[in-house]
Design a protein around this ligand. Structure first.
Ligand code: NAD
Length: 494
């Protein structure tokens, strides 16, 4: 018997008539069943979150009580860390080392960070002006819908939940229908932390089935979405009728630039990590790697050699360096990009196929793949593949390379590799991306804002700026005219 995960609605676990099998992408086998929310369940979740915000105790509790709830959630994650890491790996296929040492502890740290800093971040301001005093207050938005993708299910849900709750909102969280398990497990931790009824609601169903209902409803004040640009555009459209505050963290087509003075070893391992970690299923995946002419041949030789040695395997095996893609259909999409690139004339230098290894036969594995001679017109250069596919590009003209880096519809992230960090900083100023790493990749900090531009979205996650996205500013002005009457008294002259 496989475990069953109910929805979490209004402080109760709710079983539903329909349920969906959840698959382990390493083996293709069903590992659990998750309840599917009906339209009635969505209605109940929205109602519950609205009621909890408008009339429940949540808005009235002190900041220190809010802090203590968040710390309890963080502690709950730590206590269940091994179980959560295993579940995340079973459900996503990502190597257990990643879930154990990155995703789960980072999720706990995010709750802890926003618990410990919410008082500092929520500092209201008072201003003395001529004849007036102003109080600028940070208020929660109200009901926030959180929609998250499948590549970092627990971590991204935690980024959003921690900020939304620390700011005093109530939420409806919808995980991806491919990876609902850790979010539904988190519901148990949240329930154990004793948050007031209805503050957190976690529902699961396909985005197409319930997305519009969730995102168009008048009871919702804000939507925080992480996912593809395609779905992001739909959500913007759903939300337009009732005008909602949005955070959109969308797709990317990020690039690394390796300058000729770079430390070759760090640049190589950094670039490998930035495209093959999590099977390349990262919004910040550096799928285009621009290497300066003088270094190119050595870089390519070593990069290909190392890429071929990456060990594919079951996510639960500690020796595994790369797991399967999330689903058969994701693998199909990646294969279609690879075939199109070949047809368009790109040179396939490594990988490009399903591994011919009996033990991997039932999972959705795909080899680390590297293309050279990719032109800017090719789809593989312009579009997000979301798989382990790198394009290596030689350059001698730095300005030309920057133009190519900036020449897609996305603007999420970039990595620069150079010993001359002053030159790299100067270069960073010319790159159109929300986050730029110099001599590193993938460093996220709870204290620092993160988010992209152009079709990679808008709004920030994390840091004070990301946190304040979940608040609205209210300005209260008190007239202080001393001798004269306030100016408005004279307007009609009665
Ligand atoms: P997706 O857009 O297919 O799905 C994301 C979420 O939206 C899921 O929960 C899904 O069920 C839901 N959804 C789907 N259709 C919907 C609809 N019509 N209305 C409302 N919700 C709907 O993305 P994915 O395949 O889960 O994740 C991969 C994408 O996420 C990539 O494009 C990646 O770049 C992006 N991503 C971005 C960031 C970032 O911070 N910018 C981080 C991680 C992933």
């Amino acid at each position: 018997m496989i475990p069953y995960y109910p929805l979490y609605l209004n402080g109760e676990f709710r079983e539903t008539k329909s349920r969906q099998g959840v698959v382990n992408p390493s083996s293709g086998e069903a590992i659990a069943e998750a309840a599917i929310a009906s339209s009635g369940d969505v209605e109940a979740a929205l109602d519950s979150a609205r009621r909890a915000f408008d009339t429940g105790p949540w808005r009235k509790i002190s900041l220190s009580e809010r802090k203590s709830f968040l710390l309890k959630i963080s502690k709950g994650i730590i206590e269940k860390a091994a179980e959560l890491a295993r579940l995340e790996t079973l459900n996503t296929g990502k190597p257990i080392k990643e879930s154990t040492f990155m995703d789960v502890p980072s999720a706990a740290k995010t709750f802890e960070h926003f618990a410990n800093n919410l008082g500092r971040y929520l500092k209201d301001e008072s201003l003395e002006l001529e004849n007036a005093k102003s109080h600028i207050l940070h208020e929660p938005y109200g009901v926030v819908v959180l929609i998250v993708p499948w590549n970092y299910p627990l971590l991204i849900a935690s980024w959003k939940l921690a900020c939304a709750l620390a700011a005093g909102n109530t939420v409806v969280l919808k995980p991806s229908s491919l990876t609902p398990l850790t979010a539904l497990e988190l519901a148990k931790i949240i329930d154990g932390a004793g948050l007031p009824r209805g503050v957190v609601n976690i529902i699961h169903a396909s985005g197409d089935a319930i997305g519009e209902q969730l995102c168009a409803d008048k009871r919702v004040d804000m939507i925080s979405f992480t996912g593809s640009s395609e779905v992001g555009k739909k959500i913007i459209a759903y939300s337009a009728e009732n005008v909602k505050k949005l955070i959109m963290e969308l797709g990317g087509k990020s690039a690394s630039i390796v300058l000729k003075d770079a430390d070759l070893e760090s640049a190589l391992t950094g670039c490998l990590c930035s495209i093959f970690l999590n099977q390349g299923q990262m919004c910040t995946a550096m799928s285009r790697i621009f290497v300066e002419d003088e270094l190119y041949d050595r870089f390519v030789k070593d990069f290909l050699e190392k890429a071929k040695r990456i060990k594919l395997g079951d996510g639960l095996d500690y020796q595994t360096q790369m797991g399967p893609l999330i689903s058969a259909s994701q693998r199909k999409k990646v294969i279609a990009y690879v075939e199109k690139a070949k047809a368009e004339g790109a040179k396939l230098s490594c990988g490009g196929k399903i591994p011919n290894v009996p033990m991997l036969r039932n999972g959705f594995f795909f080899e680390p793949t590297v293309f050279e001679d990719v032109s800017e017109k090719m789809s593989i250069f312009q579009e997000e593949v979301f798989g382990p596919v790198a394009c290596l590009n030689r350059f001698s003209d730095l300005d030309g390379a920057i133009a190519l880096v900036n020449g897609t519809d996305f603007a999420l992230a970039a990595s620069l590799w150079a010993r001359d960090t002053e030159k790299a900083k100067d270069l960073a100023g010319k790159i159109n991306a929300g986050i730029i790493w110099i001599n590193t990749y993938g460093m996220f900090y709870n204290d620092l804002p993160y988010g992209g531009f152009k079709q990679s979205g808008f709004g920030k996650e994390l840091g004070r700026e990301g946190f304040l996205e979940y608040t609205r500013l209210k300005n209260i002005i008190i007239d202080q005219a001393k001798e004269a009457k306030p100016l408005v008294s004279y307007w009609y002259g009665f």
